[in-house]
Design a protein around this ligand. Structure first.
Ligand SMILES: [Zn+2]
Length: 193
């Protein structure tokens, strides 16, 4: 998911501070992955469950974090880097998690703010979502955990869990609003070409 407040400056600062804290070797090992755009079929496919909690998963997750930060995102799901897996990374308002095999176990309240997606050129549209959710998932070691999120954090947990199930935020919009976002997206992609 993409938040409105992040900018290039912030990202440069974050990367600079990352460089200060990580050994050079770790930096070398990280890679920025290609973000898949709508209407790629992988974005509409239910991801396979994560079954192996090994070094390859650790490497993938560290690349996903790097890719997410480089794109000024607050959440990134595996299908967005072309992998049909139930996995996402998130760093949103101080909540930094890796979630494998995520599910929303409770949701309540309501919020109505803009939501945007890195796979839709970061275009946003208002979307009503629950205001408080509890997510259950597994961490990098396969340990099950639960986390509660409110406001933007809840929105991000829902958005990324949707990706793992082959859903985009526009799938929750009315057909009219969905077409508006799709039209804006096509225009943006044409300009960028
Ligand atoms: Zn998204």
């Amino acid at each position: 998911m993409r938040a409105n407040t992040t900018g290039a400056k912030q990202s440069r600062a974050r990367r600079a501070s990352l460089k200060g804290h990580l050994p050079t070797q770790t930096l070398k090992l990280m890679a920025i992955l290609n973000i898949v755009s709508y209407p790629a079929s992988v974005l509409a496919t239910v991801g396979a469950p994560v079954e192996r909690f090994d070094e390859a998963l650790e490497k993938l997750v560290s690349d996903m974090f790097e890719t997410m930060y480089a794109a000024h995102g607050v959440g990134l799901a595996a299908p967005q880097v072309g992998l049909s897996l139930q996995l996402f990374t998130m760093d949103c308002e101080g909540t930094k998690i890796t979630a494998a095999n995520p599910s929303i176990v409770s949701a309540e309240g309501e919020q109505n703010d803009d939501e945007a997606c890195l796979s839709l050129a970061s275009l946003g549209a208002p979307l009503r979502r629950p205001n408080r959710v509890v997510l259950r998932a597994q961490d990098l070691r396969g340990q099950t955990f639960e986390i509660e999120g409110r406001g933007l954090v809840a929105r991000c947990l829902l958005h990324e869990t949707d990706h793992c199930n082959g859903l985009l935020f526009i799938d929750h919009l009315s057909p009219l609003k969905r077409d508006m976002v799709k039209r804006k997206f096509r225009k943006t992609m044409k300009r960028e070409r």
